[in-house]
Unconditional design. Structure first.
Length: 293
């Protein structure tokens, strides 16, 4: 195998630790690199204990583990029960809803998500939302039905709503306006421009930025970051996806959050320690209060 191909699968080295802790508010510890088009293949995910130890060593002592289907949601709850540093988010991913609907199992699956979301270590209902990039018009109705039910659950259970939005900005806002956003909601891996950011912020959103904000072609995203108030900004990995520069194409993990936060501080012109403190406090507010770690 060529050296360049081997290097793609190597874990990036540890970055310099942050001056104040922050939270990775969205990761997938159960997913091995290889599931995305830009990601290298790997047989298994990093062990949870190792992933948490590495992230804590650089100033990321807490995470939100997101389950995107029924097995993942069940596992997220189990991991949150085992590790104090972890709380869970549970949902059916927008692209999962049409598949389950075609099998006649969507309502059953939504009922189980509701049961899982009632667990005290589940802080979030998500990631839910709309995705027209991977699901065509034939799946739109199932996606929207699932999204609406997740919004209702966030209201009913006092959970944070975590939204996946891919190429569906207008419809996401339409559904939120029709159902009514819950008191706490997060635009996961924010992907819009400054105009869309303003529309989300007006509705009470927290905007979460991932490694994409470091990408060379992300000027519109950086403009959105610049207009986000300091009390509404969050950071995430979406690991194992969206690895920040300079390691794009290699496996992402929570321990790489410092690369994204440093880039965010530079874009915003913020003091790094001050931005870290703001992100940490914002995450506690956004996800219903602090947890151990």
């Amino acid at each position: 195998m060529a050296r360049s191909a081997r290097r793609e699968g190597e874990r990036p080295e540890l970055p310099e630790p942050l001056p104040h802790p922050v939270v990775d508010n969205h990761c997938h510890l159960d997913i091995a690199p290889g599931a995305g088009e830009d990601e290298p293949e790997a047989p298994t995910p990093m062990p949870v204990a190792e992933a948490l130890a590495l992230s804590a060593s650089v100033g990321v002592p807490r995470i939100v583990q997101i389950g995107c289907d029924l097995p993942g949601a069940r596992w997220a709850v189990e991991v949150a029960e085992e590790y104090d540093a972890v709380v869970a988010g549970v949902a059916l991913h927008p692209n999962e809803a049409p598949r389950l609907d075609a099998e006649g199992r969507l309502d059953e699956a939504l009922a189980e998500i509701a049961e899982l979301a009632s667990h005290p270590l589940v802080r979030a209902v998500g990631e839910t939302g709309l995705d027209t990039f991977r699901t065509g018009p034939e799946g739109a109705a199932a996606q929207e039905r699932s999204f609406r039910r997740h919004i209702e659950l966030a209201h009913e259970l006092d959970r944070t709503l975590v939204i996946h939005d891919r190429d569906a900005h207008d419809d996401v806002l339409r559904v939120l306006d029709e159902v009514g956003p819950p008191p706490r909601w997060v635009m996961h891996c924010f992907s819009g421009d400054s105009t869309f950011a303003a529309a989300c912020l007006e509705r009470g959103a927290y905007l979460s930025f991932a490694g994409t904000v470091t990408f060379k072609n992300a000027d519109r995203l950086r403009a959105a970051l610049q207009v986000t108030p300091a009390d509404r900004v969050l950071v995430e990995t979406d690991a194992p996806y969206l690895t920040p520069t300079p390691y794009r194409g290699r496996p992402n993990a929570s321990y790489l959050v410092p690369l994204t936060v440093r880039a965010m501080a530079e874009v915003r012109g913020d003091d790094l320690a001050g931005l870290c403190r703001a992100i940490d406090a914002n995450t506690d507010r956004a996800f219903g209060g602090p947890w151990g770690g």
